[in-house]
Design a protein around this ligand. Sequence first.
Ligand code: SF4
Ligand code: SF4
Length: 67
Amino acid sequence: MIGINDRAPRIDADKCRACQRCPVRKTCKMKALVQFEAHELPYIDRNVCRGCLVCLEECPFRAIVAE
Ligand code: SF4
Ligand code: SF4
């Protein structure tokens, strides 16, 4: 399917602490990491993510994992 990035990582719901403001959002230059509300589990927009995997290192709880 066009626009879907197969290299996009995912949020591990068991590890993610749903931080008030997910700090990893600032790391993603594509703004692919989305969190609508504070303390909400963020998600990665696979249509926007380019699969650089920079965000994997940025979550202090290692909640962002490669597929
Ligand atoms: S991905 Fe990491 S930094 Fe972002 S809300 Fe989840 S635990 Fe917090
Ligand atoms: S892999 Fe790269 S583009 Fe995708 S969410 Fe992480 S930092 Fe953003």
